[in-house]
Write a protein that binds this ligand. Structure first.
Ligand SMILES: Cc1ncc(COP(=O)(O)O)c(C=O)c1O
Length: 406
């Protein structure tokens, strides 16, 4: 009898984390790899947030806390929703977990029965389908075309909903595309959802503050308050405050769901780190002016990288509104032959070629459920980005059309 559980057959290791580990291992061997696979800002956590963590420790915040988060943090989250989204939540509609990922994990574990369907617009963040499958659900990916900026349309949604649909997962701005839904697009989706009372909405707003060119963020609940009773908003401090390692995420949604998620958390991780919670209070309640500098820096890097990549023959990329990713179309390089004679049939093979030849890590579209693309993160220095684009260009220039490759 095999020792490991059958459910492991349903999931894979996170491809993005695996690639980051590979890049780190190559670097440790002294190989000059530029890692464009990272899913985190390259800025330091703001100093006042770091100081708050030290103070938390010094003031004795080193013990277990309430499972769903310290009252001060839950109140700060309540204020955040009011301030940023004009949404009112009671404290029992809010919980704190070990990162946004953990909020999603808790919510799916608390709600998915065997065979329940979860609609996931593709390209999607890599962890959604695996978590759904882990809990016996049926992750149903809906391909969203580049011509519609990789966004789900109301018609696609209407067609995809069945009596077994439990959740729709929305992520705007998106990882991996950076695309953001407009108010009009959210309105159209909301109209379909209002009619389908059995469908819950998971709104993953983790990139809410990383939006450029004066685009304005809106969560679907702001557009259609009637959906509030069946929407879980997922957010956290990881991306907006460059606190990926601190592991603080939060969810706001229906009381019953939050209660069930808290119960699961009470039997697994217990409270998120007390010190990180103290720091997160300061992150949410503290100054936010720095975000404008971060946004300017990100949008400069986005524009420069986009420009460089769009000049490379065989690649093309749309301009994303938010997050810090570019989802690059690489159909133009497929079918070409590498100097060692391998035909590049897939985006996976192309990314392997980039790592081998250009020493650049990028994640293939395959991991995000829509090919042929690859994702790069521009949350790294301009110098790295310039050099990476140059290397990608050189590597592509060494490819030959099949007929000429002999
Ligand atoms: C779309 C999306 N949701 C959730 C998360 C999870 O964030 P956290 O680090 O807070 O768990 C990520 C992180 O990459 C993400 O890209």
């Amino acid at each position: 009898m095999p020792f490991l559980a059958d459910r492991l057959q349903k999931i894979h290791p996170s491809p993005t984390l695996a690639l980051n580990a590979k890049a780190a291992a190559l670097k440790a061997e002294g190989i000059d790899v530029i890692n464009l696979a990272a899913g985190e800002p390259d800025f330091e956590t703001p100093d006042w947030v770091q100081q708050a963590a030290i103070q938390s420790m010094q003031q004795g915040m080193t013990k277990y806390t309430a499972v769903d988060g310290i009252p001060a943090l839950k109140k700060a989250i309540q204020q955040k929703f009011l301030r940023d989204n004009n949404l009112e939540y009671d404290l029992d509609q809010i919980m704190v977990s070990n990162g946004g990922k953990h909020v999603i994990f808790n919510a799916l574990m608390a709600s998915i029965n065997d065979g329940d369907e979860v609609l996931i617009p593709a390209p999607y963040w890599v962890s959604y389908p695996d978590m759904v499958n882990l809990f016996g659900g049926n992750a149903r990916s809906i391909s969203c075309s580049e011509s519609n900026d990789f966004k789900l349309t109301a018609d696609q949604l209407r067609e995809a909903i069945t009596p077994k649909t439990k959740w729709l997962i929305l992520n705007s701005p998106s990882n991996p595309t950076g695309a953001m839904y407009t108010v009009t697009e959210l309105r159209a989706l909301a109209d379909v959802l209002v009619e389908n009372h059995h469908v819950y909405i998971m709104s993953d707003d983790i990139y809410e503050h990383l939006i450029y060119d004066n685009h304005k963020f809106a969560s679907i609940v702001q557009i259609e308050p009637r959906l509030k009773l069946r929407t879980l908003i997922v957010n956290g401090v990881s991306k907006s405050y460059s606190m990926t390692g601190w592991r603080i995420g939060f969810g706001a949604g229906p009381k019953e769901l939050i209660k069930a998620m808290t119960m699961i958390q009470s039997q697994s991780t217990s409270n998120p780190c007390s010190i990180a919670q103290g720091a997160a209070v300061m992150a949410l309640n503290g100054p936010h002016g720095f975000l404008q500098d971060w946004r300017e820096s990100f949008s400069e890097r986005r524009d420069a990288t986009l420009d460089a990549l769009n000049k490379i023959e065989g690649l093309s990329c749309r301009k994303p509104e938010g997050a810090f990713y570019l989802y690059v179309n690489c159909v133009g390089v497929l079918g070409k032959v590498t100097p060692s004679g391998e035909v590049l049939e897939t985006d996976n093979q192309f990314c392997a070629y980039l790592l081998e030849k250009a020493r650049v890590t990028a994640v293939s579209g395959d991991a995000f459920g829509l090919s042929p693309y690859f994702r790069i993160s521009y949350a790294t220095s301009m110098q790295n980005l310039t050099e990476a684009c140059k290397r990608i260009k050189d590597a592509i220039s060494k490819l030959k059309p099949q007929a000429n490759a002999a």
